[in-house]
Design a protein around this ligand. Sequence first.
Ligand code: AGP
Length: 616
Amino acid sequence: MCGIVGYVGNKQALTVVVDGLRRLEYRGYDSAGVAVVQDHKLEVRKKAGKLVNLETLLGTDPLPNSTTGIGHTRWATHGIPNDANAHPHTDVSNEIAVIHNGIIENFSELRAELQLAGVKLSSDTDTEVVAHLLNFEYPKSNNDLAESMRKVVRRLRGAFTLVAVHAQQPDVVVGARRNSPLVVGRGVGENFLASDVSAFISHTKNAIELGQDQVVELRHDKITITDFDGKPAVTKEYVVDWDAKAAEKGGFDLFMLKEIFEQPKAVAETLVGRLGEDGKLILEEMTLSIGQIANIEKIVFVACGTAFHSGMIGKYAMERWTRIPCEVELASEFRYRDPILNNRTLVVAISQSGETMDTLMAIRHAKSQGAKVLAICNTQGATIPRESDAVLYTRGGPEIAVASTKAFLTQVVAVELLSLYFAELRLDKPTAEIKQVMNELANISHQIDVVLDTTDAVNELAKKYVNAQSVLFIGRHVGFPVALEGALKLKELAYMHAEGFAAGELKHGPIALIEDGIPVVVIVPSLREEKELHEKVVSNIQEVRARGAKTILIVEEGDDSILDFADHIIRIPQTSSLLQPLVATVPLQVFSCALATLKGHDVDQPRNLAKSVTVE
Ligand code: AGP
């Protein structure tokens, strides 16, 4: 939530900052703003709405040339998305500008304190208090912005990334980080701060992970990082392993479409080097010892949204292949119900961004109860993998569209690899199914490529249902999380009522929703692999057809037994049951993308959403 950029160097700060904001806009797009310092004067421009509104404003009311600047793209928490609440926020002297990602939980008492001291606040945000507090601290801190920041952040509760500039220190940008992400980019004669590396990747690939409770002072030739008390901090420098092109549209109209079509590659990358030639798995960065894995009595998958759906598939795979009891839980519910955890519990946290606050808080709770935590994550060096005992990286590359696509497929691959790995270590010898799955995984990218050939047909199908009031998705076993994922995609992109159900649950209530003409998408289990489940789903199809539903069946090649019950058929390649989500989800992603496009929605940046949810 919210994108932050800071720059000090030798280039026009405004160009660097606005370009960075464009790459971070997926994190929030309720408003955008910039501040630059020139001739000991602070200049701010900000505007409600997308970045393009700010760019228009900058066209009519330009900023002076400057080599120091900060910028923000907002996902609103405190205060409606208007110009006044847009960041940067300034102090009464108009010398300090502050941008913020997160929530300052004690902002009401700080506001009251400031009002008592005669400060007139000009926004409804929690952020503005920081600008005024910095103004109070600055003279008491030898006119040192970094020291003022350290003093102010010690008074704040909650989650925050803060970045500030001061008119009287024109060559300095100061950042602070607690719980929300902030990365430093080390350039030559220039340095950067950003919510993620995509903002500065076209300038430098050298990044420094900023740790919890750290303050950074950025100058064009110097980066100083301390803890909140001013003690030098231990930091980790790394080289980003993808380039700026990966975060561009690459000839597609939409990031989402590009990312859908990147899925065969993303899945292949996630598998590279992990399927050993001797049939054994190699998970190098998964640093849990054999003893620790043998010790596991229970596994809990925790995640949010799409990642939660991949966790559901993880539960099915892990229990089937290892017989370790598993639970799967929404991270936002997890710690508040005081779950039973001990040192024989493994918590598997799944997160594309590695910054989702609900998931982060869940793993902190799990660790405090003695559980081990393993992160499945797409973002190198993010907070969740950093705070976990072990990590398994998905290698999907940057996912820019707010709606997850390749993140989901690579997470499914990762949970299945993990399950196979645990099975390998805990079973005397692999079952025939495990051997088959290992073989199929080597070819799964190709299967995903094949299912992408249905795109035109799915686009045509979307035209038929563009005026549908509601779409239902049903499935059994791993088809259930696929149904949930299909419905989530449709809600977030097409803003249509959509629900995913376990097909067997229909008759326990949801079947009342079926009316004449309602489209019902059915993920049909493999007839070859899951005969019994297949029969049950066929019954469910007949139940909804008998009540007037139009059925859209996602069915594997060769299964003609359902032809009589289908209004529309989308074919997917034959796979083992537990790999079916990797092909069955793809047409559902395309369907939502097509419906949203037909409705004229912004597919990459759907209303009210943000890519990385860094507030609870
Ligand atoms: C799905 O399309 C959304 N982007 C959302 O549900 C997302 O999966 C969820 O917020 C979790 O994000 P994470 O994987 O970065 O933790």
